[in-house]
Design a protein around this ligand. Structure first.
Ligand code: ASP
Length: 347
């Protein structure tokens, strides 16, 4: 690559609506190739950046993603880390928050931007949001601080008017152009006429170490979304899933669950077998306070870990990452109560 002072950005195209076109037979949207996408954004050439791209050999709807896709993205970032100032990942919106969370744990010691974006309407459509999202993501990835270092040094989601921390984000609308939100963390930047970064919210790494990619993810996790009247057989069935290591227990309000003795007994049996159970609130905003009510206090007493204000996307992928790294249940519990890369506030 020639030496240049122009920002060097690598785009990684994984699929998603942004690059989809309509199948004439089924009328359903299907992933298409990268050239189609770029042909529809001629304005990219107006940016004074050096932009290269890598495309997945088989672009996917993000609902079809699994841990191997996250590994593929992390590998591209690792292989190209020293060659580029920043990375823009084009991705479907459905599981974007999971990918962003997973990458935040996988890309240890990151100090460059990995900006994930996509769109609600395909880039070939007249009213597409894809063109603006892509161009703004490239600008965010190229932005420098007054010290000449990258402004953003973390995995983030750029969508419509905001830049969000990746592991704090949730897809909150299937229709709105502002499809993402962090309910418990402020935006990293506001996109209006200009891009206004909120410096106090941006991640600054704690160590001086080099990028360290942690590829192993253990998918032996279940998510249990409680509802009043949930049967004992359902809870026991899920907790007896073969190979189960971690549970994200989605509870009511400040971290409360049923007070039936069988409920606590079933959870306790799983915890005694070494399963880590993390309490994450079903509320879109706020924190788990297990000690506030008797129904939450019981969970704390048997060893359920508080997820504080973590999203379920960030909790699921954090458990996958920690078990993937080979930590035992006690260490996983300890790390689930600690913020590793800005994914939660201990409240
Ligand atoms: N189903 C699509 C996907 O996640 C939706 C989108 O990209 O907006 O790939």
């Amino acid at each position: 690559m020639e030496t240049t002072s122009r920002p060097r950005i690598l785009m990684i195209y994984t699929g998603g609506t942004i690059g989809m076109i309509e199948n004439p037979d089924t009328r359903a949207l299907e992933p298409f190739d990268f050239d189609h996408l770029i042909d529809n954004v001629p304005k990219i050439r107006m940016l004074d950046f050096e932009i290269d791209n890598v495309q997945f050999s088989n672009p996917v709807d993000s609902s079809a993603m699994n841990t191997s896709h996250w590994i593929d993205i992390a590998k591209v970032v690792e292989d190209n880390y020293d060659l580029y100032d920043g990375f823009v990942v084009l991705h479907g919106t459905d599981t974007m928050a999971y990918t962003a969370s997973a990458l935040s744990y996988m890309l240890g010691n990151i100090d460059k931007p990995v900006i994930i974006t996509g769109s609600q309407l395909p880039i070939g459509e007249v009213r597409t949001d894809g063109e603006e999202n892509l161009i703004t993501a490239l600008q965010v990835a190229a932005a420098k601080d007054s010290d000449g270092c990258q402004m953003v040094r973390e995995v983030a989601i750029l969508f419509e008017n905001y830049l969000w921390r990746g592991n704090r984000s949730t897809k909150h609308s299937s229709d709105n152009f502002n499809a993402f939100k962090s309910n418990n963390y402020p935006p990293l930047a506001r996109i209006g006429l200009g891009i206004t970064f909120h410096r106090e919210a941006l991640w600054r790494k704690k160590s001086t170490g080099k990028l360290e990619v942690r590829y192993r993810m253990d998918p032996n996790i279940v998510c249990i979304d409680l509802f009043p009247g949930i049967p004992e057989s359902t809870i026991r069935h899920l907790l007896n899933t073969p190979g189960l290591k971690g549970v994200v227990l989605k509870t009511f309000g400040a971290g409360n669950g049923p007070s039936d003795p069988w409920f606590l007994a079933a959870l306790k049996e799983a915890i005694d077998r070494g399963v880590v159970i993390v309490n994450v609130t079903q509320c879109s905003n706020g924190c788990v306070h297990q000690q506030r009510y008797l129904t939450g206090w019981g969970l704390a007493q048997i060893g359920v870990v508080s997820g504080h204000d973590i999203t379920s996307e960030a909790a699921v992928t954090k458990l996958m990452h920690l078990f993937g790294e080979g930590y035992g249940p006690e260490e996983v519990k300890r790390k689930m109560e600690t913020s590793l890369c800005g994914e939660m506030t201990v409240c």
